[in-house]
Design a protein around this ligand. Structure first.
Ligand code: NOJ
Length: 512
């Protein structure tokens, strides 16, 4: 069953995150000089890779007009494309090309803050009496102890000489928080959703969406402030939910199951579950507690169980993610051993719900080492954003030296090299994704965690009537309760074998 025939399509679909600056560069148009920054035409030209891989949807990190203080998460016009990525017509073309391949397209909506270069902010800061004076969060004295994210440890309240007041900026100085208490702000932001829904996009990943409601009188814990932790994971207030229901209503005005995926950066499964509402808020929410789990069978099992325990009674669809453009890539986080990355991939793609992949994880990439003089991100997240190496030559399929350096492994670990290797991690992702397409019960079937011995080394579960997924993270073989036939394995030579034990450091998907 393809994702498009599933109802709604996003349940059990696989979403592939594209970070456009680092995905691929289109050939320079006549007269232009290549800049080594990925763009929309580059994405379109590499859709073969995405389609071959077997995912169902792409999510594009922001491509809107932006001064790029936070590489697109500082939006200066929500209804246009930044020239670095192309034009509105390029985006329309990309959406059409994706739809022609039955790939859905999600954009990244950034509702908590705008760039300080956004005309709304420029007007707002110009006086205390202008028409947009109360579109942002201004004050004479900071009412709380909140810290900003960038740079870590800065106060979240920024003095503005022009207006002679502080404004709230939960992220960088160049990212001013909108005041969602103002109905005009909400109306304007809902219109930006309609702008893209009218153009046919299938939904949105919603950036730090839990931040659109705030209680300015809530103080963060002293310990967190002392450690320079930002306010973001502490922001969880009731008024946000009313706003989410109105956001949801906008998506519901449109046909075709448009989807809202919340980046709710709360590290507690129960807290995140509330953002699904009563089926009337966000359709999906990222599960960061799972992302941050160590590669330990005990921890993974506990977090999977907690997630399902809170979401199942709500009928809410879980999501699973291991890497994105904000965190060190998971292969590196788990020690660099590709065998572990392979096992994690098998798990990610067989848990019940909607998995999210981050470009490059299918190559088993780890973060690039970025020399100090090449660091450009205010949050120093450059390493996980290094460009995709498409080929083994010096430019790796790009048209100019890239905006960030490639990882050291790029000469051997690139799309060309791994596509030609039937034992590669890329082929493994492909094989699991294609198995999902053939085996509905691996996607929609029942889910049951099974404790095999030794429980601290083995994560095992059943899907539907026939499937077993077993990750043996330990150093000894693990006996299975029955003989099974291997459909996919993280090591070569096992497919089709009937086994009653899983070798050390190996994972399998197998059927009875
Ligand atoms: C979360 C995004 O994923 C991150 O890249 C960004 O810096 C912040 N939100 C602020 O928009």
């Amino acid at each position: 069953m393809s994702a498009t025939s599933r109802n709604p399509w996003w349940r059990g679909s696989v979403v592939y995150q594209i970070y456009p600056r680092s995905f691929a560069e289109g050939p320079p148009v006549s007269g232009a000089i290549a800049d080594g920054v990925g763009d929309l035409r580059g994405i379109r030209e590499h859709l073969d890779h995405v389609e071959w891989l077997g995912v169902d949807a792409i999510w594009l990190s922001p491509v809107f007009t932006s001064p790029m203080a936070d590489f697109g998460y500082d939006v200066a016009d929500y209804c246009d494309v930044d020239p670095v990525f192309g034009t509105l017509a390029d985006l329309d073309d990309l959406v059409a090309a994706c739809h022609a391949r039955e790939l859905k397209v999600l954009l990244d909506w950034v509702p908590n803050h705008t760039s300080t270069a956004h005309p709304w902010f420029v007007e707002s800061r110009s006086s205390r009496t202008n028409a947009k004076a109360d579109w942002y969060v201004w004050c004479d004295e900071p009412p709380n102890n909140w810290k900003a994210s960038f740079p870590r440890g800065d106060d979240a309240w920024q003095w503005d000489e022009v207006r002679g007041q502080y404004y709230l900026r939960s992220f960088a100085v160049e990212q001013a928080d909108l005041d969602w208490n103002n109905p005009d702000v909400e109306a304007a932001m809902l219109d930006t959703l309609r702008f893209w829904l009218d153009r046919g996009v299938d939904g949105f990943r919603m950036d730090v969406i839990h931040m659109i409601g705030k209680d300015l009188h809530q103080q963060d814990p002293d310990g967190a402030v002392a450690r320079a932790w930002s306010h973001v994971p502490y922001n969880d207030v009731e008024v946000t939910h009313e706003r989410l229901r109105r956001i949801r209503a906008v998506l519901d005005e449109y046909p075709g199951d448009r989807v809202a995926v919340g980046e709710v950066y709360l590290l507690d499964e129960t807290a995140v579950a509330r953002y699904y509402g009563d089926g009337d808020e966000l359709h999906l929410n990222f599960n960061f507690s799972f992302l941050w789990a160590p590669a330990s069978a005990t921890e993974l099992r506990a977090r999977i169980r907690r997630t399902l325990d809170v979401l199942e009674p709500l009928g809410a669809c879980p999501t699973w993610v291991l890497s994105n453009h904000d965190v060190p890539r998971h292969r590196g986080r788990h020690g660099g051993d590709e065998r572990v990355a392979r096992m994690m991939a098998l798990m990610l793609l067989t848990l019940p719900g909607t998995p999210f992949l981050y470009q490059g994880e299918e190559l088993g990439m780890i973060d690039a080492d970025i020399p100090d003089d090449r660091v450009v991100d205010p949050g120093r997240r450059d390493g996980c954003r290094s460009p995709i190496p498409w080929t083994g030559d010096e430019l790796h399929g790009w048209y100019a030296p890239t905006w960030l350096p490639f990882g050291v492994e790029a000469p051997g670990r690139n799309v060309d090299a791994l596509r030609g290797d039937p034992g590669s991690i890329l082929q493994l992702y492909h094989d699991v994704l294609h198995l999902r397409r053939r085996a509905d019960d691996l996607v929609d079937g029942s889910f049951e965690l099974v404790e095999l011995e030794p429980a601290d080394a083995v994560l095992a579960y059943r899907r539907g009537e026939r499937w077993w997924v077993v990750l043996n993270l330990g150093d000894e073989p693990v006996a299975l309760p029955e003989t099974v036939e291997v459909a996919v394995a993280t090591v070569p030579g096992m497919v089709g074998a009937r086994i009653d034990a899983v070798p050390a450091r190996t994972a399998v998907i197998a059927s009875r």
